[in-house]
Design a protein around this ligand. Structure first.
Ligand code: AMP
Ligand code: MG
Length: 423
């Protein structure tokens, strides 16, 4: 895909290829090297749900478009209301929602009015129906009301001319409701990113086939599919590619011709049968990073022409962790989202000790529970090996342990990132 300007990070390959990068450094480098898509398309409002706005939205009208009643009751002029005692008003008619009473209100009159109905000209106050006594074409209203009560002003939700949304906003259910309230039937959003992925490894079998000796099923393409679905990108699944030079090169060429982003899993570790590395070095501009994290390292990142490439590790938990830390933020930026809502963290007490070696950032899988309002406890979701995908299924959060941290004792506070919205 050709509509991106790419910026290759400064030439510090030697530094990148030796030593360990921190998670934050790797993420910053990746974010600096990817750019948002430029093309946009106009979509009917409903189809724009979950997509990213390409331009700003300025309100073409006031919402609500007319001053109206917030209650069922009687519209009056505040000046006519009694300061004490009770006053009787004549009721000339009713203002219905969508069928307004068009005659200006005369002194001493009260127009019956329904919720959402336009205020009659001259009326400034609504007295709730429960607070009056109606008798034929008369209504008795007591004291204690104030001018402007129960009235919704034109433009109090959105004023005409106001910027409602800035470009780069991912549209939620509330957002498309706001756009509908402005009468907009279509909205311009950035085109979807096209993301291709494939798994590499001679040991991998697609589901539905019988396993041979030493083979395992390819699960990474399923987790990746699930993770990508959440991001509303076009998904191009290129299957399992055997560890053979020409097949790998062919897969990269196919992916690069159709996608904005290529994600692979497996085949990036040192000493691996390494057609992935070899091919990437031939086709593009690549860095192989060892990142001070567990699980997750190593990760490859670079470009094949204008196409962005992520080479994730093969272990299933590592795939998910590196996806969240590196791929997801990059895809959000490339999709044109300017202020993605950050994944939030909370403090929780460890229910039992957590093993941890200093020197690298650990993303342990945990189960967080609320112990009292505003208080949380977290326990390990079980064995923490990077091949144990069940730990991701059973967990509802990552326990984030900084590089400097060592073993955590029961009762100590840790930082926790709930999976909500991530998975
Ligand atoms: P690699 O990074 O290729 O050395 O793979 C590391 C580990 O992850 C090995 O045990 C692989 O068998 C496993 N693995 C690699 N790719 C996949 C996959 N697509 N699905 C499940 N496991 C995988
Ligand atoms: Mg492999």
């Amino acid at each position: 895909m050709q509509d991106q300007e790419i910026t290759i990070q400064p030439g510090c390959e030697d530094e990148l290829n030796t030593g360990l990068l921190s998670v934050a450094q790797a993420r910053e480098r990746i974010l600096a090297a990817v750019a948002p898509v430029k093309t946009s398309e106009a979509l009917p409002l409903r189809e724009a749900l979950g997509r990213v706005l390409a331009g700003e939205i300025v309100a073409p009208l006031d919402v609500p478009s007319h001053t109206n009643s917030a209650m069922d009751g009687y519209a009056v002029r505040a000046a006519d209301l009694p300061e004490e005692g009770v006053r009787e008003f004549r009721v000339p008619g009713t203002s219905w929602a969508g069928r307004p009473w068009l005659t200006p209100i005369e002194p001493g009159r009260a127009v019956q009015i329904m919720t959402g109905a336009m205020m009659p000209e001259g009326a400034d106050t609504v007295v709730m129906q429960e607070q009056v006594e109606r008798d034929g074409d008369r209504v008795r209203i007591g004291s204690g009301h104030h001018c402007g009560q129960n009235v919704r002003a034109a433009g109090e939700d959105v004023a005409a001319g106001q910027q409602v949304f800035a470009p780069g906003k991912r549209l939620t259910a509330a957002d498309i409701g706001v756009l509908a309230s402005l009468g907009l039937a279509e909205v311009a959003v950035f085109r979807k990113l096209k993301v291709a992925f494939f798994s590499t490894g001679d040991e991998l079998r697609p589901v539905g086939e019988a396993l041979g000796p030493g083979e395992i099923y390819d699960s990474n393409r399923y987790t990746l599919y699930g993770l990508l679905r959440k991001l509303d990108v076009d998904i191009i699944d290129l299957g399992v590619v055997r560890d053979r030079r020409e097949l790998i090169e062919q897969a990269f060429n196919t992916a690069a011709a159709t996608a904005d982003v290529i994600i692979t899993s497996g085949g990036v570790s040192v000493g691996e049968a390494d057609f992935v590395k070899e091919t990437l070095e031939k086709l593009g501009n690549m860095s192989f990073w060892k990142i001070a994290m567990k699980p997750g390292r190593p990760v490859a990142f670079g470009h094949i022409g204008a196409v962005v490439f992520f080479g994730l590790p093969g272990n299933p938990v590592s795939v998910m962790v590196t996806f969240f830390q590196f791929v997801r933020p990059a895809l959000l930026k490339m999709s044109g989202e300017t202020a993605p809502s950050p994944a939030f963290t909370v403090r929780a007490r460890a229910a039992s000790p957590l093993r941890k070696r200093p020197g690298r950032f650990e993303f342990q899988r945990g189960i967080i529970e609320q112990s009292a309002p505003g208080e949380f406890v977290v326990r390990s979701a079980g064995a923490q090996g990077s091949g144990i995908l069940r730990s991701m299924s059973e967990a509802n959060c990552f326990i984030l342990l900084d590089p400097d941290r060592s073993r955590v004792e029961a009762g100590e506070e840790v930082e926790v990132q709930p999976f909500q919205n991530l998975i």
